[in-house]
Each structure stands twice: as structure tokens, then as C-alpha cells.
Design a protein. Structure first.
Lengths: 274, 314, 524
């Protein structure tokens, strides 16, 4: 099915998808804007204007070091999204391949791999990420790797389930009867039938990855200063909650919008699937 | 009975695998704990001696066995940073986290289940639709931001509690529980939204099943159908979800303890990770793993008690 | 009570669907009356509105379908306009229902006992639990479940399909209702079990005088059971009357079509059957010879035992038997999809292709018909098909023309087709690679009677035109009689009997074959 046609189905079929897609697009536009332009360098400190409120000079005010909040939001949202994309790329590609092969071929290898995956899956992904970060060290690429590995199990399970179900259907038996090769059956016959599920898994994965990255950075073991990341901004500003609650609320709200956009879009896809 | 044994065996096997994985990954991490302790100025002889006393010179499998044997004796090793047995360090923190997690789990059940049922009963109404929207938003709020929002609203605006004013349970049990209320709420709220949504969806799914039509055909009222037939069936998936939440909440406590300044298990894990205090990290991770595995085992057994179909096939 | 006065009358019933934006009327001007102790049948194909009407009478319509107008009189009340409480008072006590799927109609987490007792629990709380249990045991025994003690304690998944339907009947009859509404109660069951359930309903009607409203798509079943019949099509009653009259002298065109669509089993002798050279020349070499075959899914799951048969070029061989008899497994064993433990499968230049029961499952839902057809031509055993995209498309269009579908269908997806059209596409897909053996696994059992007749006619035509050999798996003995030259009767993984259709149907040697034929209402 063409992408446009698919989009039309989702758009018409689900209010959640419409709401989520609008929010998601707005957040992505905001991030793209941040890549091209920030009013100030995100790390530049304005000594004279610490924790200043909204003003003409600093549209959204400044943080405790006098850094321009809008600039930091623009760049921080980018960092968070970048890490989420990296995470999902690793998690989705590795997990889906693993799940596809395990689900399609079955057998002993499947049993061993899935047992490991299940054991990993039992662990909350933030805990796994914490463990991996303590093994690999922090910093944005380590975080991507750590989170990426932590996200493999959920994709592997989802895709395996799909392949297991689809391979029992008659169109696959029929293709086998015609002597079509296994790889072609997997990727040309079965895969197109799992796209909806995969898409919603990716979108909901995005929402979880954003959440996990923000959590790690909030704990101080994710992105390292002076890089801006939404989680980091929240933890840095928490102690000024009394004096300048906006420095906390703005990154928090942006984070919520980002998560909301992905989760609603994902739920919308899942909803119109039925 | 065979089912129980099978599950028990698989739980033990998983725990063993996890312990091997955890132990070896920390043993193989680049960086010598002895060197770290003595600093780069240390003489090779001093390093040798310290490694000997820390047991770092033995081959890995031997070190693993010693560690496991220690765990069975209640000896979890010695913290690098504090030089006190890990067990002693944790004895203080564990009850705090357990209390926090149990508290929020109880909140979760007490709020989510009645709410989910109410939702399903009034499907499509104003209550249902507005809570659905609210639920979606609440689910998107990361727990730490929820914690900050609660701190701001109840601590700074309403002044119902003092942010950062943690009270130990040794000083005052009521003060302790009182302080834990908002952190527990912060952990619970997004999960309340998720559980409510799931329960609502499950009830609505079950209502469409044929046996519900049968129940109506026998003259049952809607309430009787709901309470006699539908809820039991709808609870099955919710049960698994709640168990998964319990384990997730333990992980979530790491963040929430940080937000509210609670000296528990999770916060200590964080400090130990940042300080590369591996014996502590290992002990905590193993403890969490054991907890998670036990919870999953109990869920499986409970599930089987409720659902006669499990294990009946094949 | 006056036997002639109806106990229930339905007047002018109209039911609307609110599934989509625009309400659709599903049932129009439905009138019906049921007298005490009478068995009335409603027949029609899917979408005719027969189940909806029955559910409306039972007060069980779902929320998205609503009664627009009409009256249902029962015991001096109008069931459509009375208080909810009044209606509930009748449900299960005076009007009971049994459904098509006995498995999903029972609460999976509740033991059978409390489910059977439920109508008593609801309507007669004055009855103590000991007496209730006693009545449930009696009810279970009276539907032929002799092991009632064990069944009382069982869960639904521990029983067979036939037992579950008996349990449903016991539960429906426990409060001794005046009317039992049976909504396709035998459709999900095997033919011999079907016959038992029909006999049980007859017995209940005779002994307890309960009126029965029997809804079915199966005309021969209705003919066996009902004295009066209502024929529905597209939401309207097209004909109503005494069953024998309707069957023998149908007045409405649709009824005629419906009756004509039932494959007839009447001794034709050699004259009635299209004489094929192949069936006479048994001396020819078979394209498939199976001898002493044991096969299954690994150790302990041996399904087929000692199977021997031959398949000659150009013939249509039927494979009949109830569910679980191993019919489909045998097809898979022939195709090499199931492990063979012992025995020989000799194939001579065999190029097999397959048509499945559920055409939606066998056509890749994510692809267009063109993709599906050309994939079958270009990939796999068929090898590289010479020619460009245009030639391929032309071949695909030809394949569609062969199954009487227009070229415009190439752009469509399986979800945009009706059940019958999908099955045509599935047949086109199977035949596009020019196989010499077509294995058709229950190709018509998911389809409506009139569509069934079309697909069967198509299979006959294709055999005539292309000379393809067909192995037809079906549980419906009438379908087999209509198209097959020879038939294998299977039971529990073994061949009970095989031979020419005429001989097997009119002179069965094995008692099981006779039972099957009798249960299907063909003989006896």
C-alpha cells in the first residue's frame, strides 16, 4: 500500500492519529528550526540576566546561569530527538530482524534467543539502560547504544509474534507450495502485512525512547553538560522551582508534547488497524 | 504441580543466567578497581597486595563461585567507596524503597480498578470521553516531571508538604508515610491512566463476546452480567499488566527518589553507578532481578489459578 | 390453551443498523407467528437478516442495531415496548436461546454447573442450591450427557463441540421455557453430531412441547426438522409456508434458486454422469500413487495411518470425512508439507497447486491481485517467466478471464472482493502456473449456497477445459457427489472406504459410510 494511501486511512480513521500527527509535526518543526537557528548559542551565559522572566531580549527568559531558555529548548529538543532516533534505529532494526528470523524459522535457535529476550524484557528498559550506561559510560553515543540495546527485546517480541501468526496463514503456505524462497516470503510476502504493527511499535517506541533518554539525563548519567537535553534542563532547574518555575515547566511541557505526539500517533495507527 | 515445577525451574535458570551476565559484565569492564582505589601513584607491589586481598587475582569462574557462595551466606561483598559490607549499606535503604513502591502500587489498584470499571460502564459518555483525553495527556507526563509538578503545586503553591523534608521511619512512621504520599502518587498517576485504559478496553472487548449475549439471554441484568461474567474475564490481562507495573515501579523509584530527595535503594544505585562502586551496583541489580523474577513467577501461578485453560492444552 | 392461537406474534418488524454514519435497514416488514409446540424454520443466506430477526425476538440485539418499528406480542406484553424488567423476566424463563458457537457462548472461566443453573438462579431465587444442582444434573442427563456429575464440574474447554452444544441446550431448557430460539445451532458441528443435535431438538419438542424457532442456512436440515418455514433474502421474507410445499413447489424465484443450488444426490447411473475417458481407462498410469502412508507432526502426533490410494490424470477425487479425520493432513502429506514416517508417495511429473478454504487467508491481503497472480508466475518453481511486464499482465488477465472475472480486478486488493470473487481469484492463482493437480481444501464451505453452486460449476468447467486433475476435500457429501468421480471416506486418519461415487453412495460397504450419508440426510 502506498504511503499516501496509508496516511489517508489513518487520518480518516482515527481522531487520535490526527491530534498526534499535528503535535508530532509541530515538535519536529520546532526541532528543525533549532537546527538552523537559535537566538543565542545554547551555552552562552548572560551574567546580567539569571533566571529572568519573559522579556524582549530573552523571549522565554533565562536559566540559573543566564543561558537563553528558548535557545536551550531548541537545541535540547534536538538532542533528545536525535538520541531517540538513534535508539529506535538500533532497537527496531536489530529487534525486527531477530524477531522476523525467530518467528519465521522457529526451532532451537528461536527458543534460546527468545528465552534471553524474554529475560531481558522482564527488566524495565530504564533499568537496563542504567546498567548498560554504567558499563559503557555516559555521553550521547553511549546513551544511544545503551538505550538501543534495551529496546531490542520489545521489537523482537512484537515482530516475532507477527511473523509467527502470519507464517501460519494460507498465503504463506501457498507461496511455499509455489517454491518461493524463504527470504522472499519473509520480506516480500509477510513484511508488508506487518507494517501497521511495526509502524505503531516504532511510534510508541519513540515515545518510550524520549522518556528513557530524558530519565537518564535527568539522573545525570545521560547527556553530559554543557549539552542541552530536556531531561538535563529539568534536573538543573528543579532547585529553582520556587523562584522561577517556568525554567522547569517549559522543558517539561515540551517533553510532554513530544511524548504525546508520538504516543497518540502510534495509538492512532493501532486503532485504525482494527 | 508439574506446571509449578516447570515454572520454578525456569525462574531459577533465569536468575542463574542473569547472575552470570551481571557478574561477568562488571568483571570485564575496563578499569582496575584496585588501581582506582589507590590512585595512579600506587606502587606495583601495593597494587598486587590489594588485588590479592580484594580477591581480584583468582580466575573469573572462581571469583564468580566465591561471589555466589557469599550471596548465599548473606555476604554481598564490600563497597569500594565506603569499605563497609554492602548488606549493611542496603539494610537501611531497602525498607524505604519497598514502602514507596508498595504505597504507590496500592494507590494504583485503589484508583485504577474502580475508575476502569466506571469508564467501561459509561462508554461514550462525557465522563468516559473527558477521562480518555485526560488519561492520554497524563500518560505522556514523565514520572520525574509529574514529581516536579506535584512538588510545585502541593509543596510550593499549597504548602501541604515540605519539599526535601524527608522524615525517616525511625523518627516518625506517620511523618515518613506522609512524606511518601506525593512521591508514591507521582509514580502511580501515569500508571493509573494506563491501567484504567487497559481495563476499560478489556471490559469493552469482553462485552462483545458471545458468552455475554448468552448471559443476557438468561435474563441477567447488565450489572449481573458485568459482575458475574465480564469482569473476571477482563481482569486476566490486567493482572499481567499490573505485575509488569510492579517491576516497572521499582525502576521508576530510582528517578522519583532523586526528585523528592528520598534516601532509598534507587538513589543509592545511582550514586554507586556514578561512583563506580561495582559491588553495590551488582548487589542491587541482582536484588532487583530476583524481585522481578519472583513477581513474574507469582503472576504465572496466580494466572493459572484463575484461568483453567492455562496448561490444559498439549 | 388453544393449540391454534399463536403464543408469539411478530408484526411489521424493522431493524436498522447504526454501524456506519448512515443507518442501514437490515430487516423490513418481518411478520411471524409461532404456535405452542410448533417448530418453525427461518432459512436464508448470510446477510438475509434471519439471525437479526431472531435476536430481536429474544431481546438480544446489540447496541449498533436498533429496532425501528414493529411489535412482538408475547403473554399479553409487547416485548419491544415493555419495561426492560418485564423483558428480563421472560428471558431464560419463557424464551431461551442457543447459538452457533457453543464454545464462545459459554463463559470460559466458569464451571458448567453454575452456567446451566443460571436461568434458575436469576428467575427462581426461591429454589435452594441443592435442588438447583439436582435440576441441573437432570437437565444434563436429559440432553444425553450421561456423565453429568463430571460435566457439572468441568470447564467449557474440557468438552467437545457437540457436548458444549448439549450443555447450551440443557441450560436453555432448565427453566422449561415456552419457546426455544436456535440460531444456527449446528453450523459449527460435524455432520453426525449435527444429526444428533437435530434429533435432540425433535425429542425436546415432542416430550416437553416447547416451540422451537430454528434458524439455519442449511435447507435440508430445516426440511428434516421444521413443519413450517420462512425464507428470507436481503432483509425481507420472500416466501412462507408448509415446509414440504415450499420445497416441492416453491413459488418465489429466489426460493427456487436456493433449492436448485443444493447439490442433488439421486442415482444417475453411468448415464447421468459426464462420461470421462479417464475414469473408464483405469489402465492408465496414475500421476500419484500413495501406498501404506503413515504421516504426522513428529513423534506422538501421528495423524495418518496406512493410507493407500491412486490419483489418475483428469479425474476429480473427493476426500470426505468429519473434522479431525485427517483430510487436510493427507493433502499436506501429498504436497510434502508434513513429515512422512513410512510408506511411499510416488509422483509422476506432478505439478500441484492448492486452493484453500478461506480465500481471504490464502490471498496476501497487503498485495493487489495483479501482484499475487504475477508472483505465482515469476517466482519459485514456475521459474523465470519469459516476457516483460505487459506480457505478465496479459497472462494475469487471461487467468482472471478463465475464472470469469474482468481485467479491472487486477488493481484490486483481496479485501475489496466478495467471498466468491476471492475464491475465484484463488483458483486463478492456483491455475496460472498450469499445474496438473489442483488440491482444493474445502473450497466452498465458507461460502453461501448459491455462491457454492457457482464455484462448483466453475471447477467442473475448468476440469473440462484444461483437463486438470482435482483432489477435492470437503465435508459436504452433496458437494462431493455433484463433482467427483471417485471418493475416499476418511475417519481418524484412516481410509474407511474408497471407490466410485455412485457405488459408495448407493451401496456403502462400511457402516460408518452409511452413518455419514444418513446424517447428511442423503439416505436412510
Amino acid at each position: 500500500m502506498s504511503a499516501g494511501r496509508r496516511f489517508a486511512i489513518y487520518w480518516k480513521g482515527s481522531r487520535m492519529f490526527r491530534a498526534g500527527f499535528v503535535i508530532m509535526s509541530a515538535v519536529i518543526l520546532f526541532v528543525l528550526l533549532g537546527m538552523l537557528f537559535t537566538p543565542y548559542p545554547p551555552t552562552a551565559m548572560d551574567e546580567g540576566a539569571k533566571l529572568s522572566g519573559f522579556s524582549a531580549k530573552h523571549l522565554l527568559g533565562t536559566d540559573h546561569l543566564g543561558r537563553d531558555l528558548l535557545s536551550r529548548l531548541l537545541s535540547g529538543a534536538g538532542t533528545t530527538l536525535f538520541i531517540a532516533i538513534g535508539t529506535i534505529f538500533i532497537g527496531a532494526v536489530t529487534g525486527s530482524l531477530l524477531g522476523a528470523f525467530c518467528g519465521y524459522f522457529g526451532g532451537t535457535a528461536d527458543e534460546i534467543i527468545m528465552r534471553i529476550v524474554d529475560a531481558l524484557f522482564a527488566f524495565p528498559s530504564i533499568l537496563l539502560a542504567l546498567l548498560f550506561v554504567s558499563l559503557f559510560g555516559s555521553g550521547r553515543y553511549h546513551v544511544i547504544l545503551a538505550l538501543g540495546i534495551a529496546f531490542v527485546p520489545s521489537f523482537a517480541r512484537t515482530v516475532r509474534g507477527e511473523f509467527l501468526r502470519e507464517k501460519g496463514r494460507d498465503y504463506v503456505t501457498n507461496a511455499k507450495l509455489h517454491g518461493v524462497g524463504d527470504l522472499r516470503i519473509m520480506f516480500f510476502h509477510i513484511l508488508p502485512n506487518t507494517l501497521d504493527v511495526l509502524l505503531s511499535a516504532v511510534l510508541i517506541g519513540f515515545n518510550n525512547a524520549v522518556l528513557a533518554e530524558a530519565g537518564l539525563s535527568f539522573l545525570g548519567i545521560g547527556v553530559q553538560p554543557p549539552d542541552a537535553s530536556l531531561g538535563r534542563m529539568l534536573s538543573e532547574s528543579q532547585q529553582y522551582l520556587f523562584r522561577a518555575p517556568m525554567t522547569t515547566f517549559l522543558p517539561g511541557i515540551l517533553l510532554v508534547l513530544m511524548i504525546l505526539g508520538f504516543s497518540l500517533t502510534g495509538e492512532g495507527v493501532r486503532e485504525s488497524e482494527r | 504441580m508439574r506446571y509449578v515445577m516447570k515454572k520454578l525451574f525456569s525462574a531459577i535458570a533465569t536468575l542463574f543466567l542473569v547472575s552470570v551476565a551481571v557478574f561477568f559484565s562488571f568483571a570485564l569492564i575496563p578499569g582496575d578497581p584496585a588501581l582506582k582505589k589507590l590512585g595512579t601513584q600506587a606502587t606495583p607491589e601495593a597494587l598486587m597486595r590489594l588485588r590479592e586481598t580484594m580477591g581480584l587475582n583468582a580466575p573469573l569462574p572462581v571469583r564468580y563461585l566465591k561471589w555466589v557462595a557469599g550471596v548465599f551466606r548473606g555476604d554481598l561483598g564490600t563497597s569500594y567507596s565506603y569499605e563497609i559490607p554492602v548488606g549493611e549499606l542496603l539494610a537501611d535503604k531497602l525498607p524505604v524503597t519497598v514502602a514507596l513502591v508498595l504505597f504507590s502500587f496500592l494507590l494504583l489498584i485503589a484508583i485504577a480498578i474502580p475508575l476502569g470499571i466506571r469508564h467501561a460502564k459509561h462508554e461514550g459518555g462525557i465522563f468516559d470521553r473527558s477521562f480518555l483525553v485526560l488519561g492520554q495527556i497524563v500518560m505522556a507526563i514523565p514520572p520525574f516531571f509529574m514529581g516536579i509538578l506535584l512538588t510545585w503545586f502541593f509543596g510550593i503553591v499549597l504548602r501541604v508538604f515540605t519539599p526535601g523534608g524527608y522524615v525517616s521511619w525511625r523518627t516518625s512512621l506517620t511523618g515518613f508515610l506522609g512524606y511518601l504520599f506525593f512521591p508514591a502518587l507521582a509514580i502511580a498517576i501515569p500508571r493509573v491512566a494506563m491501567t484504567t485504559k487497559l481495563l476499560r478496553a478489556e471490559v469493552l472487548k469482553e462485552v462483545r463476546r458471545d458468552y455475554v449475549r448468552t448471559a443476557f439471554s438468561r435474563g441477567n441484568s447488565s450489572m449481573a452480567v458485568l459482575y458475574r461474567h465480564v469482569l473476571k474475564n477482563a481482569f486476566l490481562p490486567v493482572l499481567t499488566f499490573l505485575a509488569m507495573n510492579l517491576t516497572d515501579m521499582v525502576a521508576g523509584s530510582v528517578v522519583i527518589e532523586q526528585v523528592f530527595g528520598i534516601p532509598g535503594f534507587g538513589r543509592f544505585l545511582l550514586i554507586s553507578i556514578l561512583g563506580r562502586d561495582y559491588p553495590v551496583v551488582e548487589a542491587i541489580i541482582m536484588g532487583l532481578a530476583a524481585f522481578i523474577i519472583v513477581i513474574n513467577l507469582l503472576t504465572d501461578l496466580l494466572y493459572r489459578m484463575i484461568d483453567p485453560r492455562i496448561g490444559a492444552s498439549s | 390453551m388453544n393449540a391454534e392461537a399463536p403464543i408469539l406474534t411478530v408484526e411489521d418488524l424493522q431493524i436498522d443498523f447504526h454501524d456506519h454514519q448512515i443507518p442501514e435497514t437490515a430487516v423490513y416488514d418481518f411478520d411471524l407467528s409461532i404456535r405452542a409446540g410448533e417448530i418453525v424454520g427461518i432459512v436464508g443466506e448470510s446477510g438475509a437478516g434471519k439471525s437479526l430477526s431472531a435476536l430481536a425476538i429474544a431481546g438480544l440485539l446489540k447496541r449498533h442495531s436498533a429496532v425501528k418499528q414493529g411489535r412482538i406480542h408475547f403473554e399479553g406484553q409487547d416485548l419491544l415496548h415493555c419495561e426492560r424488567e418485564t423483558l428480563r423476566g421472560f428471558q431464560g424463563d419463557e424464551i431461551s436461546v442457543i447459538f452457533q458457537e457453543p464454545m464462545s457462548s459459554l463463559d470460559p472461566l466458569m464451571r458448567i454447573g453454575p452456567q446451566v443453573e443460571e436461568s434458575l438462579t436469576v428467575h427462581h431465587p426461591e429454589i435452594g442450591s441443592a435442588e438447583r444442582k439436582e435440576r441441573a444434573m437432570e437437565a444434563l442427563a436429559s440432553v444425553g450427557l450421561s456423565d453429568s456429575k463430571r460435566i457439572y464440574e468441568s470447564y467449557p474447554h474440557e468438552l467437545s463441540g457437540g457436548m458444549r452444544q448439549r450443555v447450551m441446550i440443557a441450560a436453555a431448557m432448565i427453566a422449561k421455557p415456552q419457546i426455544l430460539i436456535a440460531d444456527e445451532p449446528t453450523t459449527a458441528l460435524d455432520v453426525t453430531v449435527q444429526a444428533q443435535i437435530v434429533a435432540l431438538l425433535k425429542k425436546i419438542n415432542a416430550e416437553q412441547g416447547t416451540a422451537i424457532l430454528f434458524i439455519s442456512h442449511d435447507l435440508s436440515l430445516v426440511r428434516q426438522l421444521c413443519r413450517r418455514v420462512v425464507v428470507m433474502k436481503d432483509g425481507r421474507i420472500v416466501e412462507e409456508g408448509d415446509t414440504e410445499t415450499v420445497f416441492l413447489r416453491p413459488s418465489h424465484d429466489y426460493t427456487k434458486e436456493l433449492i436448485a443450488a443444493i447439490p442433488r444426490v439421486e442415482k444417475k447411473g453411468t448415464a447421468g454422469r459426464p462420461s470421462l475417458p479417464e475414469t473408464q481407462e483405469r489402465g492408465r498410469r496414475p500421476i500419484l500413487r500413495v501406498s501404506g502412508l503413515d504421516a504426522g507432526y513428529g513423534r506422538g502426533r501421528q495423524i495418518l495411518h496406512d493410507i493407500s490410494f491412486e490419483l489418475y490424470p483428469g479425474e476429480i477425487l473427493g476426500l470426505a470425512g468429519e473434522s479431525g479425520s485427517g483430510k487436510s493432513t493427507l493433502a499436506k502429506a501429498v504436497l510434502g508439507l508434513v513429515g512422512v514416517t513410512s510408506g511411499i508417495v510416488e509422483k509422476h511429473d506432478l505439478m500441484p497447486a492448492m486452493v484453500f478454504q478461506d480465500p481471504y487467508g490464502s490471498l496476501n491481503p497487503a498485495r493487489t491481485i495483479e501482484w499475487i497472480l504475477t508472483e505465482a508466475l515469476t517466482k519459485g518453481r514456475a521459474g523465470r517467466f519469459p516476457g516483460g511486464r505487459q506480457t505478465l499482465r496479459q497472462r494475469a488477465a487471461e487467468a482472471l478471464a478463465q475464472v470469469e472475472l474482468p481485467e479491472s480486478f487486477l488493481e484490486r486488493r483481496p479485501s475489496e472482493l466478495s467471498g466468491g470473487q476471492r475464491q475465484r481469484v484463488a483458483i486463478a492463482e492456483a491455475l496460472i502456473g498450469r499445474p496438473n493437480l489442483l488440491i482444493a481444501d474445502e473450497p466452498v464451505s465458507a461460502l453461501d449456497v448459491t455462491v457454492q453452486a457457482q464455484i462448483i460449476a466453475l471447477l467442473e468447467k475448468l476440469r473440462r477445459e484444461t483437463g486438470v486433475t482435482i483432489l477435492l476435500i470437503a465435508h459436504d457429501l452433496r458437494v462431493i457427489y455433484r463433482v467427483c468421480d471417485r471418493v475416499l471416506i476418511m475417519r481418524d486418519g484412516r481410509i474407511v472406504e474408497q471407490g466410485d461415487v455412485e457405488r459408495i453412495y448407493f451401496d456403502p460397504q462400511e457402516s460408518y459410510t452409511g452413518e455419514l450419508l444418513a446424517a447428511a440426510g442423503i439416505t436412510g
